[in-house]
Design a protein around this ligand. Sequence first.
Ligand code: ACO
Length: 402
Amino acid sequence: IRAADLKQIAVEGQPGLATYDPGFVNTSSCRSAITYIDGEAGILEYRGYPIEQLAESSTYLEVAYLLLNGELPTTDQLAEWTHEVTYHTFVHENLKQFIQGFRYDAHPMAMLMAGVSALSTFYPEAVQIDDAENRQLQITRMIAKMPTLGAFAFRHQQGKPYVYPDNGLSYAANFLAMLFKMSEPEYKADPRLVQALEVLFILHADHEQNASANAVRAVGSTEVDPYSAVAAGIAALYGPLHGGANEAVLRMLRRIGSTDNIPGFIEGVKAGKERLMGFGHRVYKNYDPRATIIKKACDDVFEVTGVNPLLKIAQELEKIALEDEYFVSRKLYPNVDFYSGLIYEALEFPPEMFTVLFAIPRTSGWLAQWSELITDPEQKIARPKQIYTGHRTRQFVPIGQR
Ligand code: ACO
């Protein structure tokens, strides 16, 4: 804790000192053994395993198991976990009708949030959070059903019939099939695209106490069912400051339009007219390790789909910024969002699906955080203090005399 960053303010009428820390930038809300970040060194580890090794050698379901259980699965454990998740991919037909009730132009993230929230009505036993077996069942259901709900929301927005899960496919391949199958009856996702999505899912699975994990923990601390807690996480991720930056990067690259326009754009950024989207991070003051991995995935995807001209602008922009004193002195490096939007676009996702693509894998992180909270005897209901700045006791004035 950097004591100099804390403003300790005596609260009138209360003994001792209270810490005033808007945004909780210096307040630890929990002890956690899930994700380790060293922002200065550019390190990200899940349960002690470097993100680079996980992205290189594991699958998303393996990583989800690791986050949720603390250890990598054995062959038998992974087979059982994959079977369990696959078994639960379908959603109740009434939930399909529930999604169908939304306006044609509803945002898929809003539909996903409502869908997850609605799941709690289908599984009322989910409130029994003291029962470990019951918790595990709800966790499995949610990991399994998120891609189905996300795909239904996408198809609804496109005005296309829903595609049911194909349980013969992997987690990522099944998701792609539910999104794109019927529009191209012959659709079979290229294994390189499936692998790229798998890597993106791994990179987005957890990021310790970010805004949405904090929302899941705050709501979960009331001992509500896990569907409601995760719906709160989705709500937090829906906000542009959390989940929306990759879309902003694409808009920025389109606006720049050509590598010739980069120097003029950079001058505008340095003059404070706008920010270089996809650069800088609250925690990483070095290259975001996820950005390095995504850059590699970009090459693999564009090998299949053909190069997006915006990639050239992004690469040139990065090269210029990394050599510029303004960015170097402020430790501004590309973050995970700088290249992810380009990949999503190459995979033919419309921009409003980008946050859904974030929410699906982050569900394993949210549920790992939720499980840790529920089983931690030190945890209490999340209820911060305030520094009251309003009036003190006043006499009520009848409406005719105000
Ligand atoms: N472009 C230009 N200048 C920047 C940028 C940027 N992207 N980011 C920070 N700066 C500058 C600020 O103007 C400030 O300069 P000053 O000291 O001269 O005033 C300095 O760097 C520090 O900036 P802060 O805003 O204090 O840094 P903070 O840690 O609060 O912000 C943030 C982090 C919000 C991510 C910021 O870097 C930003 O806005 N980046 C662009 C948006 C973005 O890519 N967001 C995605 C983050 S990753 C994620 O959420 C998954």
